[in-house]
Design a protein around this ligand. Sequence first.
Ligand code: PXP
Length: 239
Amino acid sequence: MKLGVNIDHIATLREARGTAYPDPVVGALLSEYAGCSSIVAHLREDRRHIKERDILFIKKAIKVPFNMEMSVSKDIVDFARCIKPEQSTLVPERRRELTTEGGIDLISCNNYKKVEKAVGNLKQGGIVVSLFIDPDKSQIAKAKRIGADLIEFNTGKYSEARSAAEVKRELLKIKQAARFAKTLGFFVAAGHGLDYENIKEIAKIKEIEELNIGHSIICRSVFIGMVAAVEEMLKLINN
Ligand code: PXP
């Protein structure tokens, strides 16, 4: 199982005080040293954490693939085409949300056209495109029609589920969606809200080949350091 480490919240800490530290580039290099498969960073429209400068330096510094998360906004898509990350992940974005709050809705016609255009532009620029969607058959089928190279399931609802029944229901949705996505030939990733506890059941789903995790790893690193935090997560997902 591959692990993509999202380093956004190293920049969140930096921006909390407007200092030059901690540097997400250092976090990316330490994650790479610890054995992650890719580095993920989200250049949000409001630039609340990661900035263009971080993206430039991360791309130059790391050897593992760089996965740039973004909305379908034209200026960010154009920026990605200049930087040429190995992968892009399109996510929905709302200005006032605390974090990404759900998958892209590919069923709504308005969204569909915007996403299709961004996918085309990124692919034309030689960038592999992933779509962050809810674990839902109709969304997966639409992602295929749009030409996504891979998909990432939003595990947010599973992560936020409180009762055992709710956890079971959300887990089943993810399992069934992963199986269906495989029949369409997709490489399947998953992420959002995954931590050192709830990861165990997700890691058992053999159709999921990559997990993208940020917040819980950065939080753990405050106490035990970045290398140990990434290593600990790698151990959980690969046992
Ligand atoms: N995958 C996607 C598409 C995301 O938007 C995020 C959050 O930026 C993550 C994974 C990582 O989520 P978390 O920080 O909750 O681990």
